[in-house]
Ligand binder design. Structure first.
Ligand code: ADP
Ligand code: MG
Length: 288
């Protein structure tokens, strides 16, 4: 394609809500045959809500929720915001000191003299909580564990909803000959439920990936000879977006994700990824 055709292509992209970094991006967009999608905030809305709180005998449910919510209120994570909102509905949240956040794991802080952590389980759970935890995962939920002074004090389940246009987008990507994958730090049950809803093969679901390992998963697919596009929105996704042959960031995503990407999808609609690939192929004359 001539430089003029490429410029026309990127201009046309802008009209479609695709912010394309430069004309050369169209060439990589044309070439990709595999598309890896982050789950939370990309395929799903990323706006989670609490569906269940389970506490063991002898624990006060409202107290556990209030403590967890207080600590989560200091975090921007979608899980954190869901728990903080739910706790705040019951009243003012207690004060937190010594807040700390570990990406891909959870949060910790001191509330009323007790050390409270919320996140992935650190060790075995007592039977009642273990049942709640695995049951919730099997039903496609995302359970997190509340620990108070080192003791498992509750399981809080949050749920996300798939964006209404994601299934149509996945179908469009397949029509263009791309193999869709789902990549997430969330548990396999929640990941598979989302995959099934949008039409991603269960074998193409990579779950429980720590933030730093997302890029290694992209490299693994590249080592198998795939030309990989990655779509993401989070700080966690930035390295993978940069490593992929083509990085697509959601417009509402974090600045680092947008900076690391080649194309920004201004409307946060996964169907724009289909538009981008179709536009590149048209611009470069591969399809009409
Ligand atoms: P994703 O790839 O879906 O954006 P993350 O890598 O951010 O997921 O998080 C992975 C897992 O770590 C979550 O499913 C949860 O179990 C735990 N986690 C991370 N941040 C928090 C938090 N603020 N509160 C509770 N759990 C958290
Ligand atoms: Mg995300």
């Amino acid at each position: 394609a001539t430089p003029t055709a490429l410029l026309v292509g990127t201009g046309r992209g802008a009209q479609m809500g695709l912010l394309i970094k430069g004309p050369e991006v169209l060439e990589s967009t044309r070439r990709v045959d595999t598309i890896v999608m982050d789950k939370t905030g990309t395929v799903t809305s990323g706006i989670m809500s609490v569906s269940d709180v389970t506490v063991p005998e002898g624990r006060d449910r409202a107290d556990v929720l209030a403590k967890a919510a207080a600590v989560e209120a200091a975090s921007e994570h979608p899980i954190a915001q869901a728990i903080a909102r739910e706790g705040a509905r019951a009243g003012e949240l207690p004060e937190v000191t010594d807040f700390a956040n570990t990406a891909g794991r959870g949060v910790t802080g001191t509330v009323d003299g007790a050390v409270v952590t919320v996140g992935r389980p650190a060790g075995d759970l007592p039977a009642a909580l273990a049942t709640a935890f695995t049951g919730s995962q099997e039903q496609g939920g995302t359970p997190v564990v509340v620990q108070i002074d080192g003791e498992a004090a509750g399981v809080i389940t949050v749920r996300d909803t798939v964006k209404p246009t994601s299934a149509e987008a996945v179908a469009g990507l397949k029509e263009l000959g791309l193999t869709p994958w789902l990549l997430t730090g969330d548990n396999a049950g929640a990941a598979r439920a989302v995959a099934a809803e949008v039409g991603i093969d269960p074998e193409n679901v990579i779950a429980e990936v720590m933030p730093d390992d997302k890029v290694a998963q992209i490299e693994r697919l590249q080592d198998q000879g795939e030309n990989v596009a990655m779509v993401g929105d989070g700080v966690n996704d930035a390295a993978a977006l940069a490593r992929a042959e083509l990085g697509l960031a959601m417009g509402a995503g974090t600045d680092v994700a947008i900076e690391a990407s080649d194309i920004t999808l201004m409307n946060d609609d996964l169907r724009s990824a289909v538009d981008a690939i179709r536009l590149s192929r048209r611009t470069l004359g591969t399809i009409k």
